[in-house]
Design a protein around this ligand. Structure first.
Ligand SMILES: Cc1cc2nc3c(=O)[nH]c(=O)nc-3n(C[C@H](O)[C@H](O)[C@H](O)COP(=O)(O)OP(=O)(O)OC[C@H]3O[C@@H](n4cnc5c(N)ncnc54)[C@H](O)[C@@H]3O)c2cc1C
Length: 443
């Protein structure tokens, strides 16, 4: 039997603790470590990025963003362009642009409107006719009514990016503790008016004046330890990867039914866009009031699944259950299972669109739980609760692209600097105060 490596003792005290070793946690740690801070990242899975950050499509997309989020995403795009050099790693980065296509000409005015938004931020964006779309991505068997294109957008390899950040963190003297969940946040002087002073983890207690919650889909559970409320819902996205094919396009694109991107290794990542699954949990029922309007509006696109996560949640709360009150025992790792019907359907749609790939087989399929907030904007907040607590979560399917900028913003907040981008729209308090709007949806 393979022996488990001996875990070295945790430090007693560090400058900053990060709960969650996804892209957001690792990029934040990197910026802090670069500034000379002694950082410690806790990750409950066996490896960093195991939940959302390694399971996404790899789009680094400004196209279609909520105007409130666009400046942050534009900052991120700039960082991505130099990131391989900064981290000293091949991230599979390609800047081939992102294209949205439609066969419904009544949507073109929405595209035009978003082009105006882009121009107001000095972002290059253009409308494409059906013919121009066909020129941009050759080999498609379908004609489109038109499209919208941001040439500066890109894509990268989600399988390797978070690990590259984590390596850069340890090279700078930071520490990443995998297989180690944080169980509680310690306070001095209570939630109101007090300050954080460290965390209790599965392998010991560590003190720190700064604790950053970058716990992805678990953020609302972590924040509930401090009686802070963060409405979140988990959407299950299923993704297919094809075997490699000869280069077709460096443009990452979406149609009404699928999104696709050809990676540098020639494989396509393909995801279905027409229907997504929501695995109902007790948490989602708790926050249903925030999502109700959008669930009704998009009822034709969302399938509620009362499956394993719901049963698990229910059983865990039964009196006498060993796992009662301990979500980490009930479901420690968010290893979502792909919906095989949707995988087959999106792979079929892909073959229909590119008949030349008809013989190309499926290489693998996977799924991930996307943590969504009611307005599909993240929480990036240094004043969400007690002093020293920062929150960076709820990236709503956009966090791979935004990740590097989010890390930079959090590092600036830790240093008491004015962040380069206005973060007012990303406060946690917006939900309690009702100061938020329904999600901005171009897609
Ligand atoms: C199928 C799919 C497709 C997507 N496509 C795109 C895309 O094309 N472009 C894009 O920009 N974004 C995309 N996203 C979204 C993007 O992947 C996420 O927004 C981003 O990865 C979020 O990063 P994160 O670090 O916040 O969360 P995560 O990667 O989920 O990391 C959070 C980590 O915190 C850990 N954790 C939680 N609680 C604890 C605890 N108590 N103790 C220790 N560790 C804890 C978890 O184990 C987890 O590893 C997609 C997501 C999915 C699932």
């Amino acid at each position: 039997m393979k022996k488990k490596p001996v875990r070295s003792a945790l430090p007693k005290r560090v400058d900053a603790i990060i709960i969650g070793g996804g892209l957001i946690g690792c990029s934040t740690a990197w910026y802090l470590a670069k500034q000379g801070l002694d950082v410690l990242v806790f990750e409950k899975c066996h490896t960093v990025g195991y939940e959302q950050s390694s399971r996404n499509w790899g789009f680094v997309r400004q196209l279609g963003r909520d105007p409130k989020e666009l400046p942050l995403m534009m900052l991120a795009n700039g960082i991505w362009q130099g990131l391989e050099k900064d981290l000293g790693a091949d991230l599979g980065w390609q800047q081939g642009g992102v294209l949205g296509m439609t066969d419904d000409s009544s949507i073109i005015p929405d595209f035009e409107q978003w082009c105006d938004v882009a121009r107001s931020f000095d972002l290059e964006c253009s409308l494409k006719t059906g013919e121009q779309v066909a020129e941009l991505i050759p080999g498609m068997a379908r004609q489109w009514a038109g499209g919208i294109f941001v040439p500066g957008d890109g894509n990268a390899d989600a399988d390797i990016t978070t690990a590259a950040f984590a390596r850069a963190v340890t090279n700078r003297g930071g520490r990443i503790e995998t297989d180690c969940a944080v169980l509680d946040i310690e306070l001095q002087g209570g939630v109101a008016g007090g300050s954080v002073c460290g965390v209790v983890s599965e392998h010991g207690t560590v003190s720190a004046p700064v604790v950053i919650v970058a716990a992805g889909a678990w953020a609302s559970r972590v924040l509930s330890w401090l009686d802070l409320d963060m409405p979140q819902m988990r959407i299950r996205g299923s993704v297919a990867r094809s075997m490699p094919v000869a280069p077709i396009t460096p443009v990452a694109a979406w149609t009404p039914s699928i999104g696709f991107v050809q990676r540098k290794d020639g494989c396509f990542n393909i995801g279905g866009l027409d229907i997504t699954d929501h695995d109902v949990s007790l948490e989602s029922l708790h926050y249903a009031r925030y999502f109700f309007k959008d669930l009704i509006k998009h009822h034709h696109k969302i399938r509620l699944q009362f499956g394993h996560p719901f049963l698990n949640d229910l059983i865990g709360r039964l009196p006498g259950s060993r796992a009662m009150g301990d979500p980490l025992r009930r479901a420690r790792i968010g290893n979502a299972m792909p919906n095989s019907r949707r995988i087959l359907k999106c792979f079929e749609d892909f073959h229909d669109l590119f008949p030349a790939t008809n013989e190309t087989a499926l290489k693998k399929a996977w799924a991930g739980h996307i943590d969504v907030t009611p307005d599909m904007l993240p929480v990036i907040d240094g004043q969400a609760g007690p002093r020293g607590l920062l929150v960076a979560a709820g990236f709503s399917g956009h966090g791979f692209g935004i990740g590097p900028a989010a890390g930079q913003m959090i590092a600036q907040l830790v240093h008491g600097e004015n962040p380069a981008v206005d973060l007012a729209a990303f406060s946690l308090a917006r939900f309690a105060s009702g100061n938020w709007q329904s999600a901005y949806n171009l897609i």
